[in-house]
Design a protein around this ligand. Structure first.
Ligand code: C2E
Ligand code: MG
Ligand code: MG
Ligand code: MG
Length: 290
């Protein structure tokens, strides 16, 4: 754009750019106070074993509803938190909220294997990251095994390998599990699978959409699942939206599916009933009941 306007001319304050910048700054400020006031929430999305409809785990997903602007999606506020340096505070808050809920559910006798929490690559660069995890688990009297940390492949772009290895070792020392999120959505390298001490692989939903009609996609997904199984990972397939997709993925073999077909991310208070209904739907699939 600047070139078209005649070389080294400054074009910083076009009205559009100015508006976008102001929006950004405004959101940054609002997010800062939302984090400080602990106004963020987490919703939980069940991960369901497709063979028996039993709950495996739940993913905690950050939610922000501004009093005037309404709900702002994580796809919008997470990048803002990252670019403005607020992601450490946001991440610590989400981890605390997820652990608090995990502890409450354990007291209530609501049974799950693990609750997954997303961690941004930038958080791994946080000096006291492991300390934050440890003190939060202790505060909620929670065994590490009940929590799974989700990281994406982009950590390998931003961080050096030795550093990552050290952090992962620290995570494992606390008993926490590690998942690789959105596998296959970016610059996937199979080399990561080989090297990383992971417990769980989350296969991105791009491999699942239209799987029932796209035979090439079926082959790719089948291959990925076979590989992941061979390496001993727990496998979660993301983004299963229809019964056809669920059944197809079930036939290929995976430990859990996480998608809109079974449940959307929901407030914690609604989750136990939702999970009980899903378990009951084994004999009578919701799609047929409807
Ligand atoms: P993600 O970690 O891959 O989370 C899964 C996303 O897929 C969620 O979007 C979920 O609502 C959506 N999803 C689940 N099932 C389906 C489905 O069947 N179809 C479709 N189309 N989508 C489905 P959400 O909650 O909007 O979060 C988007 C992303 O924002 C997350 O992707 C994650 O990368 C990031 N995020 C959310 N919460 C946090 C957080 O607390 N910390 C960090 N660092 N990132 C977060
Ligand atoms: Mg995730
Ligand atoms: Mg994902
Ligand atoms: Mg994603």
């Amino acid at each position: 754009k600047a070139k078209a306007n005649g070389g080294n001319q400054a074009v910083f304050f076009t009205p559009e750019l100015n508006n976008a910048l102001q929006d950004q700054l405004e959101l940054e400020g609002m997010l800062r106070s939302a984090i400080a006031e602990r106004e963020l929430e987490v919703h939980f999305q069940p991960q369901i074993n497709p063979a028996n409809h039993q709950l495996v785990g739940l993913e905690a997903l950050a939610r922000w509803t501004h009093p005037e602007k309404g709900p702002i999606p994580p796809g919008r506020f997470i990048p803002i938190a990252e670019s403005s340096g607020q992601i450490m505070d946001l991440g610590s808050l989400v981890f605390d909220l997820a652990c608090a809920q995990a502890a409450k559910w354990r007291r209530d006798g609501f049974d799950f294997k693990h609750i997954s929490v997303n961690v941004s690559p930038m958080q791994l660069g946080q000096a006291n990251f492991i300390e934050m995890l440890k003190s939060t688990l202790e505060r909620h009297n929670l065994p590490g095994e009940t929590i799974c940390i989700e990281i994406t492949e982009s950590v390998f772009v931003d961080q050096n390998e030795e550093r990552i290895a050290r952090i992962f070792a620290g995570v494992h020392t606390l008993g926490l599990r590690l998942a690789l999120d959105d596998f296959g959505s970016g610059y996937s390298s199979l080399g990561y699978l080989n090297q990383l001490p992971l417990e769980q692989l989350k296969v991105d939903r791009c491999f699942v959409s239209d799987i029932d009609t796209d035979t090439r996609k079926q082959k790719v997904l089948r291959g990925i699942l076979e590989l992941a199984r061979g390496l001993g990972f727990e496998i979660v397939v993301e983004g299963t939206e229809t019964l056809e997709e669920v059944r197809m993925v079930e036939a290929m073999g995976c430990d859990a599916v996480q998608g809109y077909y079974f449940a959307r991310p929901s407030p914690a208070s609604l989750v136990p009933d939702m999970v009980a209904k899903i378990a009951l739907s084994r004999r009578e699939p919701p799609a047929l009941r409807a």
